[in-house]
Ligand binder design. Structure first.
Ligand SMILES: Cc1ncc(COP(=O)(O)O)c(C=O)c1O
Length: 390
């Protein structure tokens, strides 16, 4: 939708937040798909954690408060209830706990995964082969996208779980999760949408996404740091899922301190594990507050506008853009093929343009703090290095 306000001057977005992120004083930062930029607010929060440790020693109550504030911040982000959110140490930990709860019984032992899953999801799925699972891969068509029809061909009454990442970390394609979930549910399967590359830059609403579990973490578009993630689990499926990969924070009563039984919490806390990563909680709560102030729908509109400008510029250069132009099929990440990706990333780094790569593709990630000038700086540099683009 057209906006009356120039895109670089909206409150809490673009030029209005640049001062919060020191890296923009010296670099063009387009790498939020790897790690979000450090803000003053996050630095202050982590320093606050250190100061509290100095002054008070173990601030257990405050740590627990941070853990619960993080849980409810994620709940707000996803339009969910805090009770349906597990605090995890990584996507890997959440997915492992989830998959450990699947019976994978005879007749329903298949895990269907898209070719665009992050390695951790594929590897966890294949690890289940040790307990009788069969893993089915859904591959992209000639245009690089994995349409709903391709999932439909792979899903049947033998399917226990379908893994369809919301947004591909290596091509920028976005899946139609709700349509895939409808097919999976008709077949009696659960759906996991790993949304690490979407959360914070794409509006995710558990009420319409259709997935039964949604995972993500705080390093990237949520502007926090490593060691912390989350998993939302649909309340209707909590009770039927009893993880065998667990920890004392997942117990019905942590302070019962019992070694005599296993009594998982009734809520999604049953997918938590051990002591949470305290410094990462401080960082994440601060990072999430920046995202909340901007508002995800506004961030999404902003990155879509910048992405369209970027794709236009890349097409003018005659480059092979991998990510679809259609806004419904992309998010904050735009990928373009290179003839020599190592040389291209190095050439851009020499100009203080920070990007990343996967296979032969340059990954350009846009977020709330990017402005049109970042896109134009990158396009100018790519024009000068045109021979390194396919
Ligand atoms: C889509 C996606 N899933 C998962 C991960 C990482 O998972 P974990 O938190 O287990 O390291 C990443 C990136 O690091 C990712 O891009």
């Amino acid at each position: 939708m057209a906006s009356a306000q120039p895109i670089d001057s909206k409150p809490h977005i673009g030029a209005a937040v640049r001062d919060e992120f020191p890296i923009f004083e010296s670099a063009t930062y387009l790498n939020s798909c790897s790690q979000g930029a450090l803000s003053h607010r996050v630095r202050d929060a982590v320093e606050g954690w250190l100061a509290g440790w100095d002054e008070n020693g173990a601030e257990w109550d405050f740590w627990v408060e941070r853990n619960e504030t993080f849980r409810s911040s994620i709940a707000s982000l996803l339009h969910a209830r805090a009770d349906d959110v597990a605090v995890t140490t990584s996507v890997s930990q959440g997915v492992s706990a989830l998959v450990s709860a699947l019976p994978l019984e005879q007749g329903r032992n298949r895990i269907v995964i898209s070719e665009y899953e992050f390695p951790t999801v594929g590897q966890i799925a294949h690890a289940q082969e040790l307990r009788g699972a069969e893993v089915v891969h859904v591959t992209p068509g000639d245009d690089g996208s994995i349409g709903v029809g391709r999932f439909a061909e792979a899903i049947d009454e033998r399917t226990a779980l379908v893994c369809c990442t919301t947004l591909s970390y290596r091509s920028g394609h976005r899946h139609d999760v709700s349509a895939i979930a409808e097919i999976a549910h008709d077949a009696g399967a659960l759906v996991l949408a790993d949304s690490y590359q979407a959360c914070g830059a794409v509006e995710l609403d558990v009420r319409s996404l259709g997935a039964d579990a949604i995972t993500g973490g705080t390093v990237k578009y949520l502007l926090g740091t490593a060691g912390l993630g989350f998993m939302w689990v649909r309340p209707e499926v909590h009770e039927a899922l009893v993880p065998t990969q667990t920890g004392w924070f997942a117990d019905e009563d942590i302070f019962a301190m019992s070694i005599a039984d296993y009594s998982p919490h009734r809520s999604a806390r049953r997918f938590d594990s051990g002591t949470p990563p305290v410094p990462a909680l401080y960082a994440a709560v601060a990072g999430l507050s920046l995202v909340a102030e901007a508002g995800v729908p506004a961030i999404e509109a902003h990155v879509q506008t910048l992405g369209a400008r970027l794709i236009d510029g890349l097409e003018e250069l005659g480059a092979a853009v991998v990510t679809p132009r259609d806004a419904a099929q992309r998010g904050p990440l735009v990928c373009v093929r290179s003839t020599d990706i190592v040389a291209l990333v190095a050439a851009l780094a020499a100009e203080r343009i920070v990007v990343s790569s996967r296979e032969d593709k340059l990954r350009i990630a846009l977020h709330l703090y990017n402005v049109e000038a970042d896109v134009d700086t990158l396009l100018d540099a790519l024009r000068r290095n045109r021979s390194l683009l396919a």
